[in-house]
Design a protein around this ligand. Structure first.
Ligand code: ATP
Ligand code: MG
Length: 457
C-alpha cells in the first residue's frame, strides 16, 4: 500500500519491459470501471482477495476494455495455487497439463484462473521443459506477479486490473504501448518465438484485428522463424487459425500472414485455392461475409467458413470423380471424403466440424433440382438457410448463374401456392411406359441438369 502511494506521489515514468517495479495506473487515468468486468470474473477475484490472495483480471480483457472493445472472455491471475483456487471457488475444476489452470463456472460463463507463472528453477533442465527448437513443452513453475507479466507474450497483454481498487498494474510498459497502438513482444523476440512459434500467428492476428503495428524489433525475426510452425501440433494450429478467421478482420489477417510469409504450410490449401481465379473470389467473398456478420454481432459458423475455404477443392475432386465414370451424387460424396481426409490430416479439423461441412456441400447438389416434389422438401432441411447462403456466395463469385440463387431465395420466401407455380413439372422418365394415356395433357418438361454441379452454369 505504501509502495503504491509513493509511486503515485513521485509519478514515476512509465516502465519499459526491462524495468522491475510495476506502475499503478488509477481509474481516473485509464477509465476502465469495475462494472465493465463480467460478474463471474469479479466474483472470483473478490473471493480470492477475501481469502488474502492477490487476484486480478488479466490479459486480453484488460487490453480490449482499454481499446473500448467488448472482451470475448475474462481471465484471472492470482498467487493462489490451483488447489487453493479450487478450495475458494466452489464451482471450479483444475484443467490442463502443459499449463495447469482452474476453470470457474457461473451459469454459462467460464472464467480461466491461472496461478502466476515464474522462472524455471535450476532443478529442471532445459531439455525437460523445451524441445530441440526451444519450444516450451511444460510450464508449471509458479512465481510472482511481475514474473508472470514477463512470461506473457506482448506488453499489451500483460496488464493487470484490480476490480476492487479499479487500478491497472503495468510491469512491462503495455499501457504506454497500447496508447501508441504498438504491439511489442516482451523480452527477446526471437527467443520468445522459439519458445512458442504460435506467438508469431498471435502477433499477426492481434495487430490486424486490433489495428496495432508490430514494432520493428518484434517483427524482424518472424520471416526467418516462420518454418518453426511446422513443429507445432496441428490441433493447436487449427485452433489459432480459427481464431484468426473468426477475428472479424480475417482478410486483413490473411493479408498480413502472407506479408510475413506465415501462410505457407500453415493452411496449404489456401495457397492452392488462391491460385485459382474462381476459388480466390469465392474465398474472399466468404471471408468478407464472415467479417461483416461478426461486425453485425451475428452468429458465424466455423463449419460454413471451412466448407467455403475448401469448396473449390471439392469441386475439382468432384469433376475428377465424374470423369472417372462415377455418377454425380456418388462422385460428390467421394470428392468430399477425399478432400476431408487430406485436409483433416494437415489441419486437424475436429470431427465435429466435418459432418456440417459435408451437409453444406451435399446441399449444393440438391439445389440443382427444381422440378416435381423435390424442392418442397429442401427448405425443411436443418441447414437449408446456411446452404442457401453458401449457394448465394457461389452465385456472387460467378461460379453458378445468379438466377439459381435468386430462384431458391424466392422459393424459400414464397407461400405454398406460389411455390407450386414456381416449380417445373417432373421430367418424364427417359424410357417411357408403353401407355401414352394423358401424355398430351402435360407440358414438355424443362430439362433437368444431369449434374448438380453444373446446375445454373
Ligand atoms: P483473445 O482472447 O482476444 O484471442 P487474448 O490475448 O486474451 O486474446 P488468450 O488466448 O485468451 O488471448 O490468452 C490470454 C492471455 O494469456 C494473453 O493475453 C496473454 O497474456 C497470455 N498468452 C496467451 N497465449 C500466450 C502465448 N502463446 N505466450 C505467452 N502468453 C500467452
Ligand atoms: Mg482471451
Amino acid at each position: 500500500m505504501i509502495r503504491k502511494l509513493l509511486r503515485r506521489v513521485f509519478s514515476k515514468p512509465l516502465p519499459d519491459s526491462s524495468s522491475s517495479s510495476p506502475l499503478v495506473i488509477p481509474v481516473a487515468t485509464h477509465g476502465v470501471r469495475r462494472e465493465q468486468i463480467s460478474p463471474c470474473a469479479a466474483k472470483v477475484v473478490a473471493a480470492l482477495q477475501e481469502r488474502g490472495f492477490q487476484a486480478f483480471v488479466v490479459g486480453g480483457a484488460v487490453r480490449d476494455l482499454l481499446l473500448g472493445k467488448h472482451p470475448k472472455d475474462f481471465d484471472v491471475a492470482t498467487d493462489a495455487r490451483p488447489e487453493q483456487v479450487r478450495a475458494v471457488v466452489k464451482r471450479s475444476r483444475v484443467i490442463g497439463r502443459r499449463f495447469r489452470l482452474v476453470h470457474a463456472y457461473c451459469g454459462d460463463e467460464i472464467v480461466e484462473v491461472s496461478t502466476f507463472r515464474g522462472e524455471h528453477g535450476v532443478a529442471e533442465t532445459d531439455e525437460a521443459r523445451a524441445d530441440e527448437h526451444g519450444r516450451i513443452l511444460r510450464d508449471n513453475v509458479f512465481g510472482t506477479q511481475e514474473q508472470d507479466a514477463k512470461r506473457r507474450d506482448f506488453t499489451v497483454n500483460a496488464l493487470f486490473y484490480d476490480p476492487q481498487s479499479q487500478e491497472i498494474w503495468d510491469c512491462t510498459g503495455g499501457y504506454r504501448d497500447l496508447q501508441a497502438r504498438r504491439l511489442c513482444m516482451i523480452g527477446d523476440p526471437a527467443t520468445r518465438y522459439r519458445e512458442d512459434p504460435v506467438r508469431m500467428l498471435r502477433a499477426v492476428r492481434l495487430a490486424a484485428s486490433l489495428g496495432l503495428a508490430i514494432e520493428p524489433r518484434s517483427r524482424a525475426p518472424i520471416s526467418e522463424l516462420a518454418p518453426l510452425l511446422h513443429h507445432v501440433p496441428p490441433s493447436r494450429l487449427f485452433e489459432e487459425m480459427l481464431k484468426l478467421l473468426l477475428s472479424g478482420q480475417s482478410q486483413e489477417c490473411l493479408r498480413q500472414l502472407r506479408e510475413e510469409g506465415l501462410h505457407h504450410g500453415l493452411f496449404p490449401m489456401l495457397d492452392v485455392i488462391l491460385e485459382q481465379p474462381m476459388g480466390e473470389r469465392f474465398v474472399n467473398l466468404a471471408l468478407a461475409n464472415t467479417d461483416r456478420r461478426i461486425k453485425e454481432d451475428k452468429r458465424v459458423s466455423p463449419a460454413f467458413l471451412l466448407a467455403a475455404l475448401l469448396w473449390h477443392e471439392v469441386l475439382n475432386a468432384w469433376r475428377q470423380a465424374e470423369a472417372e465414370g462415377f455418377k454425380p451424387v456418388p462422385a460428390l460424396y467421394q470428392a468430399m471424403d477425399q478432400v476431408l481426409a487430406s485436409q483433416a490430416e494437415k489441419l486437424a479439423i475436429p470431427r465435429r466440424f466435418c459432418s456440417p461441412m459435408k451437409e453444406l456441400w451435399a446441399l449444393q447438389q440438391r439445389f440443382a433440382h427444381r422440378s416435381g416434389k423435390r424442392p418442397f422438401r429442401l427448405p425443411e432441411h436443418p441447414r437449408f438457410r446456411a446452404g442457401l447462403d453458401f449457394l448465394l456466395l457461389r452465385c456472387e463469385s460467378g461460379e453458378v448463374a445468379p438466377e439459381l440463387g435468386q430462384w431458391w431465395a424466392d422459393f424459400y420466401a414464397a407461400d405454398e401456392v406460389a411455390r407450386l407455380q414456381m416449380v417445373t413439372p417432373e421430367p418424364r422418365p427417359r424410357r417411357r411406359p408403353r401407355s401414352r394415356k394423358g401424355a398430351g395433357s402435360r407440358e414438355a418438361p424443362a430439362a433437368e441438369p444431369t449434374s448438380g454441379r453444373l446446375a445454373g452454369e
